[in-house]
Ligand binder design. Structure first.
Ligand code: HEC
Length: 250
């Protein structure tokens, strides 16, 4: 009977800790709930086993269960149920772990100081979009260039980078790593236009060694687009997303 009383008290303590509004106004974090529950269980156990009769009353049913011949069936049930619970807990934990680990990669690896493309060596320092000058001097002509860039984007890039430049093109779900979005402030807004140019021209194959996992589907566009076309495309991806490239000036 004392054992039942003990279990009942534990249940009351657990309920009081678990249900918000009884002891605590807000739900307790699991780790705190475990800690409070553990100490409550120990304190109640100490109180109930303070006297010899109390201790005997609490332990006796457990001893009887294992040695008393009249408890054969209960014993069998307990002995079968405990391993089943353990197996279930293990199984649930294993299922949880079955998801693939997340892929860690450096999003913007540092670029080389120079690279070869279009039959010459291009220095990163000093590389700039030749069309940026027109932006301030001839608005209409600049709009025309952005429009051309848009057409190039939809001809070449949107399959992966998405019609809204959000990285969710219809090929994207099949790719690891995912195509990067240009929208938002995490990608091209953080970069210089020369960096974006380098990424487009050299693609996944041109990524430096530290840029694991080396299986980017980003094509190297140097063979399929002219330099001018790449620059126009970068005009478009910045313009459409309302992003400005990083520059030394700011
Ligand atoms: C076959 C799918 C595919 C196509 C087509 C594609 N890309 Fe990508 N692109 C990717 C993937 C995947 C990544 C991310 C992995 C990486 O950085 O290489 C990426 C990354 C980039 C990055 C790097 C962004 C950053 O923040 O570092 C730029 C810039 C880029 N793409 C521009 C373009 C442009 C412009 C086009 C069209 C001319 C294009 N991409 C076409 C798949 C593609």
């Amino acid at each position: 009977m004392r054992l039942i009383k003990y279990v009942f008290l534990l249940a009351v303590v657990f309920a009081a800790l678990k249900v918000p509004g009884v002891l605590f106004a807000k739900p307790l974090p699991v780790s705190m709930l475990q800690m409070f529950f553990f100490f409550s269980a120990v304190v109640i156990l100490l109180a109930m086993t303070a006297t010899d009769e109390g201790a005997a009353g609490l332990v006796q049913p457990v001893i009887s269960l294992f040695i008393d011949p009249s408890y054969t069936i209960s014993r069998a049930v307990v002995i079968i149920i405990i391993p089943l619970i353990a197996a279930w807990i293990t199984f649930a934990a294993v299922c949880d772990e079955a998801a693939a680990p997340p892929i860690v990669r450096s999003l913007h690896p540092s670029p080389p100081s120079a690279f070869t493309a279009y039959g010459r060596t291009i220095e990163m320092a000093g590389l700039a979009n030749p069309y940026r000058a027109i932006e301030k001097t001839d608005e209409a002509a600049f709009r025309g260039l952005v429009l051309e860039g848009g057409k190039l984007y939809f001809k070449n890039c949107f399959f992966c980078h998405g019609a809204k430049l959000d990285g969710a093109g219809h090929f994207s779900q099949g790719l690891t790593p995912l195509p990067l979005p240009f929208k938002g402030t995490d990608t091209i807004a953080q970069l210089q236009e020369s960096y974006v140019f380098w990424r487009i021209v050299k693609g996944g194959p041109g990524l430096p060694h530290e840029a694991t996992p080396w299986l980017s589907a980003m094509p190297a566009w140097e063979k399929m687009m002219t330099e001018d076309e790449v620059w126009k495309t970068t005009l478009f991806i910045y313009d459409y997303t309302d992003n400005r490239s990083r520059s030394w000036a700011r």
